[in-house]
Design a protein around this ligand. Structure first.
Ligand code: PBG
Length: 334
């Protein structure tokens, strides 16, 4: 019987390729560089430059001036893009998340400040209403608490257009409403934002790994119930391919799989099935686990961070959104 990989010991000794750093480097199948990273940043509209986030040790919410500095820092480190997420003053939240459409709101302000500071760095904006709604859902709800698809999409379109007007390079709908990518694309085209890209959170799961993020943006206490009627069931894999196919057909330039590490199989399937850049999101709960265990000395935090980031590349991701971007880039540049 012939196999594709004849293994005849001792002629074949796989450990030869592992014997020294130089040969391990030469035979590496994948690599990780700062250019693979997207810096995930949370911005707030207060005076304080940096506010620690309890459930994300070492991570801070930044005010607009600090966000502008982060953009410069990203440029200096070779990180190509920053994804911004807003922590909205609770006084500005309401049932329908109207603040999301404010052309002079926190996100448009942050985009302008960051673009001003470092125009070479790509700015990615989350399109979803959860930072802005009093109930913490990603869209508008009916009297039963159900998130309304088409009504929500109309608001998302307006939100995305405001982000594009403020100078966002990429709008990234993370809400999981059906049809929103096509609707956003149409609106961007009709307003002349032809080169504004769409990175769709195409395969986004209803996940417990988002817990610390809701703390970071201040939606944790607001959120009643869960997001299972719009985000995907963690039991499913084929469904992710349908989601991605649909978003590509509607005009997505890039697609995302989220969370990251527990869904490496999905990253692999998506990146193999579709010829489109596939971004992994290493979410807040993944950050918190690695960081907290590292801080305790239970694992080597830096090593595990790098190993997890490399695993996304191995699975086929072309980029990784991560709260570790700055730290990882510093290590990679060292
Ligand atoms: C909201 C949004 C979420 C994240 C990014 N955009 C949370 C959610 O869907 O509840 C999660 C990010 C993270 O956990 O790091 N639309």
């Amino acid at each position: 019987m012939t196999t594709a990989f004849p293994q005849s010991f001792p002629h074949t000794r796989l450990r030869r390729l592992r014997r020294a750093p130089w040969i391990r480097q030469l035979s590496a199948e994948n690599s990780l560089t700062p250019a693979d990273l997207i810096w995930s940043a949370v911005v707030h509209d207060g005076e304080e430059p940096k506010i620690p986030v309890g459930s994300m040790p070492g991570f801070h919410r930044l005010n607009v001036a600090e966000a502008a500095k982060a953009a410069k820092r990203a440029r200096d480190l070779g990180i190509p893009a920053i994804a911004i997420f807003p922590h909205i003053n609770p006084a500005r939240k309401d049932e329908t998340g109207r603040e999301a459409l404010n052309p002079n709101g926190l996100v448009p302000d942050a985009i302008r400040a960051m673009k001003d500071a470092a125009p070479e760095v790509g700015i990615i904006c989350d399109v979803a209403l959860d930072p802005y709604t009093s109930h913490g859902h990603d869209g508008v709800i009916d009297e039963t608490g159900y998130v309304l698809n088409d009504e929500t999409t109309e608001l998302l379109v307006a939100q995305a257009v405001e982000q594009a007007r403020a100078g966002a390079d990429i709008v990234a709908p993370s809400d999981m409403m059906d049809g929103r990518v096509g609707a956003i694309r149409e609106a961007l085209e009709s307003e002349g934002h032809r080169n504004t890209m769409i990175l769709s959170y195409a395969a986004k799961y209803a996940s417990g790994f988002y817990g610390p993020y809701r703390d970071a943006i201040g939606s944790a206490t607001a959120l009643k119930g869960d997001k299972k009627t719009y985000q995907q069931n963690p039991a499913n894999s084929d469904e992710a391919l349908r989601e991605v196919a649909m978003d590509i057909a509607e005009g997505a330039d890039m697609v995302m799989v989220k969370p990251g590490l527990p869904y490496l199989d999905i990253i692999r399937r998506v990146s193999e099935t579709f010829a489109i850049p596939t971004i992994a999101f290493q979410v807040s709960g993944e950050y918190a686990q690695i960081r907290a265990a590292g801080d305790q000395g239970w694992i080597d935090g830096e090593r595990v961070m790098m190993e997890a980031l490399m695993s996304f590349k191995r699975a086929g991701a072309s980029g990784i959104i991560t709260y570790f971007a700055e730290q990882a880039a510093e290590l990679l540049n060292a």
